[in-house]
Design a binder for this molecule. Structure first.
Ligand code: DQA
Length: 143
């Protein structure tokens, strides 16, 4: 059974009430629950933290133990060389996900430090982006 880590960064614990006009009305729990329902043949691990170090530690822990990671790094997308390094270091396929389309928003969101370390990226499609990312990981894992 493939194992996929759903990793979420800062402020994503507030989904559902945080700027719903941008991020939607689903909570992170709703998103994680619907992934489990949609992909019964996948074992999901889920983790959210507002702290950069905890996200790095969780990626390190996943090394060699999961088949892929779906990662919404929140605002660390635009600031974190340490997360770029962590993704490179763990040598796991990571799909970067954003609910919104950062390139269509404030200019400080236009650059991602994370993208060059990732296998792919899905943004601007809302919560379905997480599910599309899982499909992409499963497809890539087929030999
Ligand atoms: C986000 C986009 C980021 O720019 C922002 O800081 C977030 C959420 C998204 O899912 O659209 O926290 O990653």
């Amino acid at each position: 059974m493939p194992v996929i880590l759903i990793l979420n960064g800062p402020n994503l614990n507030l989904l559902g009430t945080r700027q719903p006009e941008i991020y939607g009305y689903e909570t992170l729990e709703d998103i994680n629950k619907s992934l489990k329902k949609k992909f019964p043949a996948v074992k999901f691990e889920t983790f959210q933290s507002n702290s950069e170090g905890a996200l790095i530690d969780r990626l390190h822990d996943a090394r060699g133990k999961v088949d892929g990671v779906v990662f919404n790094p929140g605002a660390y997308t635009h600031t974190s060389i340490a997360l770029f390094d962590a993704i490179k270091a763990v040598e796991l396929p990571v799909i970067e996900v954003h609910l919104s389309l950062p390139e269509a928003r404030e200019s400080f969101r236009h650059h991602s430090y994370i993208t060059p370390a990732c296998k792919g990226k899905i943004s601007g499609l809302g919560s379905i982006g997480y599910s599309l990312a899982v499909e992409a990981l499963l497809d890539a894992g087929k030999k």
